[in-house]
Design a protein around this ligand. Structure first.
Ligand code: NAP
Length: 344
């Protein structure tokens, strides 16, 4: 039996089709042996990926989810989710994701809590490497989601974890009775700002325009919160501080006036970019790095499907990601069943 292959210059185990011996010794998730090539590998474990896994699992496809070392996607960094149907009182983001994970496992999906490191879509079966192990499958569903965008200003990188954050739920408690700045005018920024008022004595929202992009309900909540103050028509030019954040240098876009705001924390909440670096050169993408879906969920590579924010820059909701995960799964199920029927 072939033990190793080279792949992107590294040596990896590739599990050959229908072989069970040596590779059954390899462990996934610390406990599960790899003993078969998969029907479908799902890369990503947010609502898109886990919904896809529920569907492919129920269709009795041998399913592997490469969940990532920090699994669950953006909802793991959210507090209350109020707009996911079926939870009239809302549900905590991590609880929702735990439920989806359990549901996917219930239908037989194997979960690997590793980051996907590379893919090879040049032939069949498709190959994905994660945690130093190479996996093969008939179909792949890309559900890698998106990550917070950065401002790209001086001080942002240097002061990360020293007052600069993208996640109020994770870091908000460090700012009890402090002043914090939130940058952005969308739903995420308003949610961050409102959440931060639980701890901070003042939350200053810096937005580059004079009106918010956020939904009306979040705008109403933010405007009526006495701890939230708005700095309109302004952009952050620099985050100031030596050992930790001490303030921001801000420029008004209408008058050109430059001024400083003293603060202890800066929460950057200016949207997302797709996590698709891994697939560059393998599947067609648009100029912003979103995977192009050719026909519903099909990508430019046969057998590779896409769901959620890796392709969607328009709707970006947990429910739409879950819906696309379902669509990609149904397309992958049909694709794999066709392959199996042809080889009978
Ligand atoms: P978003 O809607 O794209 O908003 C990004 C905000 O950041 C905008 O106000 C934008 O300003 C500003 N911005 C972008 N680049 C900037 C830069 N370089 N410097 C300064 N400001 C910048 O992103 P989001 O708020 O993360 O929301 C993403 C999607 O998720 C949306 O569809 C949203 O509805 C959804 N979402 C929904 C919920 C919910 O329903 N509870 C919660 C969170 C997110 P402009 O307005 O001038 O473009």
């Amino acid at each position: 039996m072939k033990a190793f292959n080279t792949f992107n210059g590294k040596a990896f185990y590739f599990k050959p089709l229908k072989s069970r011996s040596m590779l059954s010794m390899l462990k996934v998730s610390g406990s599960k042996p790899i003993n078969e090539t998969y029907d479908v590998i799902i890369i990503g474990s947010g609502p898109a990926g886990l919904t896809a896994a529920i569907y492919t699992g129920r269709a009795r496809l041998k399913t592997l989810v490469i969940a990532g070392s920090s699994w669950g996607g953006q909802l793991m960094l959210t507090s209350q989710v109020e707009n996911y149907p079926g939870f009239p009182e809302g549900i905590l983001g991590p609880d929702l994701m735990n439920n989806m994970l359990k549901q996917a496992e219930r239908f037989g999906a194997e979960i690997v809590f590793e980051d996907a490191e590379s893919v090879d879509f040049s032939g069949k079966p498709l190959k994905v490497v994660a945690g130093g192990v190479a996996y093969e499958s008939h179909a792949v569903i890309i559900a890698t989601g998106a990550s917070p965008k950065e401002l790209g200003v001086e001080g942002e990188e240097r002061l990360k974890g020293k007052g600069v954050s993208n996640c109020a739920v994770c870091d908000g408690a460090f700012f009890k009775d402090k002043t914090v700045v939130v940058v952005g005018g969308g739903d995420s920024a308003m949610e961050e700002a409102i959440f931060l008022t639980k701890f901070a004595k003042k939350v200053k929202v810096i937005h580059r325009r004079s009106e918010l992009r956020a939904s009306k309900i979040l705008q109403e909540r933010a405007f009526s919160n006495p701890k939230i103050e708005f700095v309109w028509n302004s952009v952050v030019e620099e985050i100031l501080g030596k050992e930790h954040v001490e303030g921001v240098r801000v420029k008004r876009v209408d008058t050109g006036e430059v001024f400083e705001i003293k603060c202890d924390g800066v929460f950057v909440s200016i949207g997302y970019r797709p996590n698709t670096e891994l697939f560059k050169g393998w599947v067609e993408m648009d100029e912003k790095g979103y995977v192009v879906a050719k026909d519903f969920t099909e990508t430019s590579v046969e057998g590779v499907f896409v769901a959620g924010e890796a392709k969607d820059h328009r709707y970006r909701q947990a429910i739409t990601a879950a819906g696309e995960g379902c669509q990609a799964a149904l397309d992958a199920i049909k694709y794999v069943e066709d392959i199996k029927n042809r080889s009978k």
